[in-house]
Ligand binder design. Sequence first.
Ligand SMILES: *[C@@H]1O[C@H](CO)[C@@H](O)[C@H](O)[C@H]1NC(C)=O
Ligand SMILES: *[C@@H]1O[C@H](CO)[C@@H](O)[C@H](O)[C@H]1NC(C)=O
Ligand SMILES: *[C@@H]1O[C@H](CO)[C@@H](O)[C@H](O)[C@H]1NC(C)=O
Ligand SMILES: *[C@@H]1O[C@H](CO)[C@@H](O)[C@H](O)[C@H]1NC(C)=O
Length: 943
Amino acid sequence: MHTAATLLLVAATLVVVAGRRQTPLRDPLEPGRMRSAECQFGRQMKELGSTWFADLGPPFGVMYCIKCECVAVQKKRRIVARTHCRNIKSECPQPSCEDPVLMPGRCCKTCPDDYSPDMMDPPPSIEDEDKNMKDYAALLTGRTSLVLKRDDALMAPSTSHNSYDLVATGRFTFHRRNLYYSFYTPEAAGRPRALQFVDVEGNILEEQALVPPDGVVRSAYQNATGKVCGVWRRVPRDYRRLIREQRLYVWLIWGGGSWPEQSLSGQVARYKALSSEMFSSLLQPAEDGDRVAMHGAGGTAIVSTKHGTPSVHISLVFNGVFAPDEIENVPVVVRLEHPEKDHVVFEEEVRVPKPAHELNVVEVRSPVSVQDLRHLTRGHLVLSVASRRSPRELRLQGRVGTRVACEIFQTPLSSVRPDPEEKDPRAPEGGEASGLAWLYVGRDGALAYSVQVAGLPDGETPYVTVSSGRGRRREDLEDLTPSFRRGWANGSVGAPGPRELEELYAGELSVDVAVSSAGRVAVTRGRLQARPVADARDSPAPALLTRPPGAPGPLELVAMAWTAVLDDCSLVYEVVMSGPSPHDGALQLYLESVPLDLPGAPRSRRLLEEFRGDQVEGFDNAASPGDLMQLEAGVSSLEVVDAGTGAVLLRGRIAQVKLPLNCLPQYRDNDVPADPQTQTHGDTPPEGKTCFHEGAFREDGSQWRPRSDPCLVCSCLRGHTRCDAMVCPPLRCPGGEAPVRPSSRECCPVCNGTVVQPESNTSATRGCYMGGLFYPAGRSWHPYLPPNGFDTCTVCSCAADSLEVHYHRTECPPLACDEKLAVRPDKKACCRQCPPAPPADEPGDQPLALPARPAPRDVLASGGCRGAGGAGLYGNGEEWHPRVSPHGEIKCVTCSCKDGKTRCERKRCTRSACRAGQASDGTDDCCPLCKRHRRHHKPPANS
Ligand SMILES: *[C@@H]1O[C@H](CO)[C@@H](O)[C@H](O)[C@H]1NC(C)=O
Ligand SMILES: *[C@@H]1O[C@H](CO)[C@@H](O)[C@H](O)[C@H]1NC(C)=O
Ligand SMILES: *[C@@H]1O[C@H](CO)[C@@H](O)[C@H](O)[C@H]1NC(C)=O
Ligand SMILES: *[C@@H]1O[C@H](CO)[C@@H](O)[C@H](O)[C@H]1NC(C)=O
């Protein structure tokens, strides 16, 4: 649609931080690629089925005559989302009265009872459906696989689509409108490469790659547990309904390429037993059974236990153990045993009233011994379900192990205040000890843990324990102290006992850190809470956010933050705070990057989100490559800020975030890339202190290398561009080799051999960012710190392996004269010297003259301006109305150019403007409130 395309173009140029890096539409079945059915408008993600008025951002605001909708479009078997926008002005009805009014937030002038096309559906209320959206599972076998009526090579059931007789089982749970999924698949089959959610007709509603393009799954959690974990983010309401109505199917796909493609599907259905699931089992046809009769069969078990009066409850979901003539009231035998010990825990016969080809459910409950429960937690027991008539031939079996759900148990550790009720005279003063902990149950039932402790008194060795109970009834269950080293306790302990596991799943276990000087009383503590694993929470480690010195707010305040960069280059994060809530007011989450710790060093700071409460989970799809590279360089921090006062409550450094290869700046020939920071902002309308240089707008404080000369670095300071000649750091190459210039786009020579070749064939080059300037891995440079120019006393370098920026300073001898009189003998000298004669002007750091410019530059040089997106040239003092397609000229907004700065303002609707009739003369509709005001509140007749 023409209008939509034009409008989106305009939106992209006008919305200040338009999503430059939208996920390109790609064939989703290729590894590492995915596509979701949702619309992106500027920076916002819009749900399928939602409608909105185009918001072009200040100064234009919301265009009430441009109505947009996110519609589902069928593309072969895929459902994709498209934004459709249209101008609804022409659809305005003929007013039925003589004096129609334009109500605020509307497009058409109407009379009180008129219909109007500009009515917007009320925005969907934020339903808290999560509570009812739990306890879903799926069994995926050859027999449950959806039979499609369509003629589709991939989906058509054929004898080859499951030639290896694969079986899988999944669990699904909602958390903040996101559907988290977890699967057990047979180890021998390897990891499936893709997942699809489809409806009954076989339309693909969502698909995700489960293996990244480079084939390396980096998740330590999934590697250690053998599970497949992920999330379908922001599931549209219509699809949430499908799930509630059990009309959603999930597909797993293996192989492809040179391997025969294998696929399995199953219905996502609700099972009540899942609410108390403690263990799970994936049942496969027995090796020594009848493989032909059992082809395509499988099952899963949902196992609950009680440690008090030891018992086991098993819900079995399965198919395949019935002979063709067994059609009614068929007995099957369910058996739980310890094969290594030749010990049968229990064996029970259950009758299936009407055996189904795809899915049968039976329940078994039995008391067991405490010893058997212990075997269960250690993964020693095997469950089987078999035909009574041919128990050997028709049999499914599998080990009972850790429950399928991908989950970690995590908590920030908050300093403990002396508890007046415990009245322990040795209770510590609380202090500033803090930390974080997370753990999970591994494949063999063992508990893998990581605990970070910060702020302990010097030389203090902490006691790190997992405990249960509260107050005096607190009881230590596991001692993690032996593994404590350099602020961390990392390790794993054997399978927890049945009671401990129950308490862990119920959120009743804590991690305590005590110190001996305080008589082994806990100084910091937190209660472990379960969280689904995916995206951010599937990254190597969370960051600890602590109070900066002297920060307001309670001493106990601490937070843990998970961050990751996804394949579509968006940043996902989750922050959980602990300690007493600082206040009920709004908080803000900032991403700050400080490349180095020097006075005047460039830093960038971006608001990610405003939130309330003690946690925030979100994503940012507007991160520039520069922001991303700083994450990879490990120089970024998260800050929690009090939105009211602007005070920083918590801050923490994010460890290096590994970027997907496709999110690195792409360029050929080892050329220095055009600076991505400013590319993002290059099209923004000039505001206040922005500079214009070489055809692009540059933000105040930004730095860049001009395209025309690789030996200049420029910066924008309050609207003034200054450029300095590059000062290269001294170089001494090994073996006395002569330095070489790595490329025509780089100014400083390097030693031959340190030129890092681009990785693989992608032409992506790794390196460091400092102040928005890119430096390939291995390079050294002097930092550029305007207005002082190059700091020749400092040499920075980009570590080739870690991509961290390291720097060292040269020590200068003390000056024998007043510091103000000291000068540098030449531009490249690091240290100043006292002048022999009376002070002269400093020779260094003089801005160079800018290169000569063509004619439009003259206009700009004499204080002229460019229009939004670089369109149009306006002289100093000129005024104009901007144009926005498909709307045309926006009369209500006036832009003016003064001394090179453009200001755009919406017409003010004051009361006097109304009386004068300026705003309601019928030619422009800038002030709808005005007219309403006049109509409904007529001044008294005598005035
Ligand atoms: C995955 O596990 C294997 C062995 O269990 C180990 O060698 C490998 O390093 C692990 N990979 C990751 C990314 O943790
Ligand atoms: C413990 O694990 C964390 C996160 O994986 C890591 O950053 C830290 O260096 C480890 N500490 C030790 C002492 O191994
Ligand atoms: C750089 O090294 C390569 C091989 O290591 C050599 O062929 C080339 O001549 C060297 N270049 C210079 C300028 O020394
Ligand atoms: C990279 O290039 C080499 C040779 O230039 C080629 O053999 C290889 O297949 C390429 N790899 C990829 C992933 O394109």
